[in-house]
Design a protein around this ligand. Structure first.
Ligand code: GLN
Ligand code: ZN
Length: 761
């Protein structure tokens, strides 16, 4: 019984690659230094897998930035603005495409399917010239071979590459990017031939787009591509990997009929229906790479359950054709549990990061081959049992409250226009009211105070004093700027999810559980392991203090349940929506406590609601339904006069605008300025919107200071499509990452623009 790993994290157990990259970019170390760190990381990963006993070890899943960008380099598809003149693509051109340089901006980055990983989007058109311009795949194969390890080189599949590309600037959208297939296959043939010559016996093509809702024309491209590659692929085994969702029946048929392919990989963690497809017909003589170990989460595998799945598959494809694998690349999970010094041993026994998942895959393969590691299996069974019965996981009161929500609708009793009237009587705001999204600049000093408090280096009194001073400063600045609805600035928060997770029960935190988000950037998601509840109020102390400093309305500031869920590692022993409902109930308690404390405006951020949208259309309605319901639960109990705001980042909302309306918030602030007012086009097309809305009037991601005229111009464009009395004036997002020297003039101009327009209306 063989074992296989789809891909492995690159960052290193302590983010070694991150630090090496950033030092190189800062000019503090040489290209050789960077290459040395990379070589060490690669060799330790390969050796680790080899020592664990894995048969099919991947290579070329390492990347200095992103595997799709690596493919762009492989194909020589460098956009002309980077002035690449041919030859092997080096760090200069590569990192210019990834990050931009002094004279040219970077290529666009977008989310890799529904993960938090971002890839660099290829820009293609009829004039794109392709050539074999990066030998990275072959070099990595040889690098591993020199260490005595025969690997499976991994390439982004040609069809997925094209399906994930966009039209280069100026290229007519009617141009079919799939028409470039023949051109890129010429390069794929070259790299395949070189890999074969170097001795590769397997090649893996990742074609994850096969799990999307593809049309027949797109599916045909797979048939065409692999028929064209078939002669070149003869003499080498080929596995095509799919992952992240169930594969649709049509795509399954296309995939399993491809020429020149020896094996097919499926995500059997997210693809329960895929299992049925396999059972109903799998081509004889082909290998099945069964992805039973979850690459998207941090939970230890239920080995008994996996053995039973694998046993059933063995009956279909035969012992020698079944390969035990991960559900997808381990890139999307944390690296190594060994470095978690702060988690207690019980919780640790429930977890498996990438390094531990490699061991699980191997143990499963061995067990199926009749060499079961009894000790490993019984430790796993004990951990599974302790997780099922631990009082830390189950809280009967929370379970009861959450299940009581099922099937019922939660809506505020009064409609939004009547509520807005009641709120206006109380708040007495001018038209085009101004506000900000929550955070103010986080200075080095502020970060130091938080860090020292956490490390017990300063007392609670000193900490509270420092935070109160910061809040007072932020309130004073906003009053001087003459902003209408104030914020306290969030100085006590390191992160909008972690801050709440640390105060809720059911959450655990890692020290090194980093996952790559893009380039050298990583995130460290909290782990939701148990029923969620709120032992004590989380924000009331700071918000009431802030409100006591001013006669203007002070916004209470909370992170919403869907965002907390989507930015965490979520328990897999109950459906996601049940966990979300539990978080919603905890936030509901907080909303009501804020109201009692005299906070009349409460913002519940749902920055990540859009990104949790399932890949397959057939699953989207269900998600949107429980996500929006969870949001409504948080504020269903407040008075009409309490104004509920929400905020969302990223601007592609047009497809979910009806769900946004259904959230029934009183005011929504939403990112808008980077998207050529794409958002406004929905309203131009006649979507009725009665709640307050603040499409961001300037981009906070850039240090640039917008002028009063520019902002006024933006607001005027909004006024052309939205009613005057519902429009709010605010930046795109929080100001946390900006400097005061940028924030003060920008907000001065923002307020001036609002005032200017008020006199004209
Ligand atoms: N209230 C948060 C802030 O202002 C919102 C951040 C976000 O939307 N990502 O920082
Ligand atoms: Zn935002």
């Amino acid at each position: 019984m063989a074992s296989h790993i789809v891909g492995y994290p690159r960052m290193g157990p302590k983010r070694e690659l991150k630090f090496a990259l950033e030092s190189f970019w800062d000019g503090k170390s040489s290209a050789e230094d960077l290459e040395k760190v990379a070589a060490d990381l690669k060799s330790s990963i390969w050796k680790q897998m080899a020592e664990a006993g894995i048969k099919h070890i991947p290579s070329n899943t390492f990347s200095y930035y992103d595997q799709v960008l690596d493919t762009t380099a492989l194909l020589g598809a460098v956009p002309s603005r980077y002035n690449w003149t041919g030859g092997e693509i080096g760090f200069d051109t590569y990192f210019s495409m990834a990050r931009g340089n002094a004279s040219v901006p970077a290529m666009e980055m977008t989310k890799w399917f529904d993960t938090n990983y971002h890839f660099i989007v290829p820009e293609l058109g009829p004039d794109t010239k392709f050539s074999y311009a990066s030998h990275k795949a072959v070099n990595e194969y040889k690098e591993a071979k020199a260490l005595g390890i025969d690997t499976v080189p991994v390439l982004v599949g040609p069809v997925s590459y094209l399906l994930l590309s966009k039209h280069a600037k100026g290229v007519d959208k009617s141009f079919s990017l799939l028409s470039l297939l023949g051109n890129i296959l010429t390069v794929y043939k070259q790299v395949i031939a070189e890999l074969k010559a170097a001795g590769a016996s397997w090649i893996q093509f990742d074609e994850p787009t096969l799990v999307l809702d593809l049309d027949s024309h797109q599916l045909q491209a797979f048939t065409a591509a692999y028929s064209e590659l078939e002669p070149t692929l003869s003499g080498v085994n080929v596995v095509i990997e799919t992952y992240f969702a169930d594969i649709p029946a049509e795509a399954f048929k296309t995939l399993t009929s491809l020429k020149g392919v020896t094996g097919f990989g499926f995500d059997l963690v997210r693809g329960a229906k895929t299992l049925d497809l396999i059972k109903s017909g799998f081509p004889s003589g082909k290998y099945l790479f069964a992805g039973v170990v979850d690459g998207r989460n941090i939970w230890a595998n239920d080995l008994v359950a996996s053995i039973s799945t694998l046993g059933a598959l063995e009956g279909i494809v035969g012992k020698d054709k079944l390969v035990v694998s991960t559900s997808c690349s381990l890139l999307h999970t944390a690296v190594d549990l060994i470095n978690e010094t702060k988690l207690d041993s019980e919780i640790k026994s429930w977890l498996a990061f990438a390094a531990q998942k490699v061991v699980e895959v191997n143990a499963l393969a061995k067990a199926l081959a009749g060499q079961k590691d009894e000790a490993f299996f019984s430790a796993n069974a004990a951990a599974q049992a302790s997780r099922r019965s631990s009082p830390r996981v189950t809280n009967a009161a929370v379970q009861k409250a959450a299940s009581a929500l099922k099937g019922s609708d939660h809506r505020r009793a009064t409609n939004v226009s009547a509520r807005l009237d009641a709120q206006q009587k109380k708040l007495n705001l001018p038209i085009l009211p101004t506000t900000t999204i929550g955070s103010f600049p986080q200075t080095i000093e502020l970060r130091r105070v938080r860090r020292e408090y956490k490390a017990n280096k300063i007392s609670e009194d000193e900490y509270v004093k420092a935070i109160k001073e910061e809040i007072s400063k932020v309130v004073k600045i906003q009053e001087e700027l003459d902003i209408d609805v104030l914020v306290h600035g969030e100085p006590e928060r390191n992160d909008m999810v972690e801050y709440f997770g640390e105060q809720l029960s059911g959450f655990a935190f890692t020290v090194n559980g980093w996952v790559q988000s893009y380039g050298s950037r990583c995130v460290k998601p909290p782990i939701i392991y148990g029923d969620v509840s709120r032992p004590v109020a989380m924000t009331v102390f700071w918000s009431s203090f802030a409100q006591s400093l001013t006669a203007r309305p002070m916004k209470g500031m909370l992170t919403g349940p869907v965002t907390i869920l989507n930015w965490s590692f979520v328990r897999n022993d109950q459906p996601r929506h049940e966990t979300c409902y539990q978080i919603a109930l905890a936030i509901k308690d907080e909303v009501e406590d804020l109201e009692k404390a005299g906070i009349n405006v409460i913002q519940i951020d749902e920055a990540a609601l859009r990104e949790g949208l399932p890949l397959r259309k057939s699953e989207q309605a269900f998600y949107l339904d429980w996500a929006v319901h969870s949001f409504r639960i948080t504020n269903v109990g407040v008075k009409d006069t309490t104004q509920i705001h929400t905020h969302m980042c990223y601007s592609n909302f047009n497809d979910i605008i009806h769900s946004i309306i259904d959230m029934d918030a009183d005011v929504i602030t939403i990112e808008n300025s980077r998207s050529d007012e794409k958002l406004l086009s929905v309203f131009r097309e006649g979507v009725k919107y009665g709640a307050g809305i603040g499409p961001g009037v300037y981009d906070i991601h850039s240090p640039r200071i917008p002028s009063t005229e520019e902002i006024a111009d933006r607001i005027n464009k909004m006024l052309a499509v939205l009613e005057t009395n519902i429009l709010w004036v605010n930046p795109d997002c929080g100001l946390k990452t900006r400097k005061y020297t940028e924030v003060k003039p920008a907000l001065t101009n923002m307020v001036a623009a609002a005032k200017l327009l008020r006199t004209e209306l």
